[in-house]
Ligand binder design. Structure first.
Ligand code: HEC
Length: 126
């Protein structure tokens, strides 16, 4: 009897811990975009700074219409951003290129609706 109880406790504990880190997959587009949302602050911004801000920042050659230091601009242009990365059109060929994993991270972030840390944004009007 005791061992049955113990087993039940273990099973319950196992369920609880494996269920915890899974976000509500059904209400997010994560499945079609291929995974968890990257962190805007920790992962996306450093890559943009490294590969894009040379031109896509105030004063840069693409800084007027495509200032990617502004979150609002990124949010509004996320589909273009994902498209440019997917085709490899950006960064321009003579510039340092992100690795495949870095490219995919930025694409995934754009695909998921360019979420900001700690504020999962419902994707509406897509
Ligand atoms: C060497 C400069 C340079 C770098 C580095 C660069 N871009 Fe660009 N990008 C440009 C220029 C120039 C344009 C055209 C600007 C315009 O039309 O006003 C552009 C346009 C774009 C556009 C808009 C395309 C459209 O549909 O009009 C996107 C999105 C973009 N870049 C994404 C990126 C991303 C993401 C990176 C970094 C991974 C990057 N770019 C790095 C120069 C650069």
């Amino acid at each position: 009897m005791r061992s049955v109880l113990l087993a039940a406790v273990l099973v319950a504990a196992g369920c609880a811990s494996s269920a915890a880190p899974v976000p509500s997959a059904s209400s997010s587009p994560a499945a079609s975009c291929g995974g968890r949302p990257p962190s805007y602050e920790q992962e996306v911004t450093p890559l943009l700074r490294h590969y894009c801000f040379g031109c896509h920042a105030p004063g840069g050659e693409a800084g007027e219409d495509h200032d990617f230091t502004r979150y609002e601009t990124l949010l509004a242009q996320r589909r273009q951003l994902g498209g440019e990365l997917e085709t490899g059109a950006m960064p321009p060929g003579d510039q340092p290129q992100p690795s495949r994993a870095e490219r995919e991270l930025l694409q995934r972030w754009a695909c998921l609706g360019a979420p900001r840390d700690g504020a999962p944004r419902p994707v509406t009007g897509v």
